[in-house]
Ligand binder design. Structure first.
Ligand SMILES: C[S@@+](CC[C@H](N)C(=O)[O-])C[C@H]1O[C@@H](n2cnc3c(N)ncnc32)[C@H](O)[C@@H]1O
Length: 464
């Protein structure tokens, strides 16, 4: 809670200092262990406190280890869509065979290996070079370069195979959703990515859905003007290069969007007052946490944080998303000149290219972010009742976990909310009978473009 007489900047410091975290205790996990008896991992059948503690610590490590596979997935996205290390055309997953026959794939692999050998200040290549070296791959030697190329290709094969599996699962989940009359069925994504590497992928669309949901909650009287002060973003992600070609870019520095977009929406809808918001940011990725820490360090010296917002005009967005894109950031920063996209985008899109915007976020907004390492499946921040959150958002994160882990995550989020506080998420999370937090409703966010309507949904879970 913000003390009225203390300047915002000191409150931020106190908040960051005071917060600690704890593993979910056996006593707190027990109701989930009982409710999900049939779905428990073998080690947790007939659990005792000691077995729970051992499992929780081991599972925390296992979850964090999935980040490495996510990094390798990003390497594959970079191979296919990156433009910072090659002049070769970008490759769509569905055109892989043609690209391979045309020699484009081989040329891209060679260019990527050359880039990894000499990253020359390219932060994405520098990062991946470290990942590969940690695995004993050294592109400096001819033999190492060959092995690196083979390693990249074997990961491409794995990712292509996984993409087919995920598409099958998604089609199955969609069939059930269409058959169901309950709007909450839109949230059922059936742990689609429970066996996938954990990626940091992020983009503008989830933020549009969150703004639409906040608007809906305000219209329904469930959120009032000026009501929101303490908020949290769980898993904001880092735009390294997205897995969707339509938003997979590497021509600008890595960036995080969600915490700023959320703050921006809260001000646009007058749910919060500028300067009176603190945004806790929880993530298991040290890259996300460090990235925000560095932005804060620069903000302390007066530097803003620039976000690049490209839009591929060959793929029309719904009008309301375009309107959102045009306004994104206007409450928390000012429009600045965007980085010019490489020429390859002009030639690829029938000369139409990318439309771009950039916004420089004001330093006090950057300083309102309080990043903290926290695994939402197994941990909760230790917060006094007055420090708990009015609102938490978590998009495209719970889909990486199975039903038992989702139940734990839901209860951990519940423990960090004020009574009546809301968690907004685009996944259905199994609730505990008598648990602290329940699905209170769903906002359906239709995305209509050129006669085709796809639907997103955001559920609001309310703390009792
Ligand atoms: C796919 S990204 C989604 C980013 C963003 N929320 C969006 O929708 O664009 C998933 C993010 O959640 C984080 N994450 C995954 N599992 C987590 C966990 N158990 N606890 C906290 N953060 C987690 C990842 O590190 C990453 O930043």
């Amino acid at each position: 809670m913000r003390l009225p007489w203390v300047p915002a900047v000191f409150c931020v410091a106190i908040g960051a200092f005071a917060a600690g975290r704890s593993f979910l205790s056996y006593a707190d996990a027990k109701p989930a262990l009982e409710a999900q008896r049939d779905k428990l991992p073998a080690e947790l059948k007939n659990a005792t406190e000691a077995r729970w503690d051992a499992w929780a610590r081991q599972q925390d490590k296992a979850i964090r280890a999935r980040l490495e596979q996510g990094d390798l997935d990003s390497m594959v996205n970079l191979l296919l869509f990156g433009t910072s290390f090659t002049h070769q055309p970008r490759i769509l997953m569905e055109n892989l065979t043609e690209a391979s026959k045309a020699g484009i794939l081989k040329a891209r692999v060679d260019d990527l290996v050359a880039g990894l050998r000499q990253p020359a200040g390219n932060e994405r290549l520098e990062f991946l070079s470290g990942v590969l070296r940690a695995r004993g791959l050294d592109p400096e030697t001819p033999e190492g370069a060959r092995e690196t190329g083979m390693f990249i290709l074997s990961n491409l094969e794995r990712v292509a195979e996984e993409a087919r599996t995920f598409a099958r699962r998604a089609a199955e989940a969609d069939r059930k959703t269409v058959a169901a009359s309950d709007p909450a069925a839109l949230l059922d994504r059936a742990s689609l990515f429970a066996d996938r590497g954990v990626s940091l992928d992020t983009g503008i669309f989830p933020n549009f859905s969150i703004e639409q949901t906040l608007r809906d909650l305000k219209k329904r009287g469930l959120l009032r003007e000026g009501q929101v002060g303490e908020v949290a973003v769980i898993g904001p992600g880092l735009d390294f290069i997205d897995k969707n070609e339509a938003s997979g870019y590497d021509y600008y520095p890595q960036q995080t969007l969600q915490p700023f977009a959320f703050y921006d929406s809260l001000l646009r809808l007058k749910l919060a007052r500028g300067g009176a918001v603190s945004v806790s940011v929880f993530d298991i990725s040290s890259r996300v946490i460090d990235h925000i820490q560095h932005a804060r360090e620069r903000a302390r010296k007066g530097a803003g944080y620039v976000i690049q917002l490209p839009r591929d005009i060959a793929r029309p967005w719904p009008d309301d998303v375009v309107a959102y894109w045009k306004s994104l950031g206007d409450q928390v920063g000012m429009t600045v000149a965007p980085i010019r996209p490489p020429d390859i985008f002009q030639s690829l899109n029938g000369g139409r290219g990318l439309e771009t915007r950039a916004v420089e976020i004001r330093p006090p907004v950057v300083l309102a972010l309080e990043p903290q390492d926290l695994n939402i499946v197994l941990e909760r921040a230790n917060l006094a009742p007055a420090e708990r959150f009015d609102l938490m958002i978590a998009t495209n994160i719970f889909v990486y976990y199975d039903a038992f882990e989702q139940t734990l995550a839901l209860e951990n989020a519940g423990a960090m909310l004020k009574p009546g506080g809301l968690l907004l998420t685009n996944d259905r999370l199994p609730e505990l009978p008598g648990g602290s937090i329940k699905l209170a409703g769903v906002t359906d966010v239709p995305l209509a473009s050129q006669g085709v309507v796809s639907r997103q949904a955001v559920g609001w879970y309310r703390r009792r």
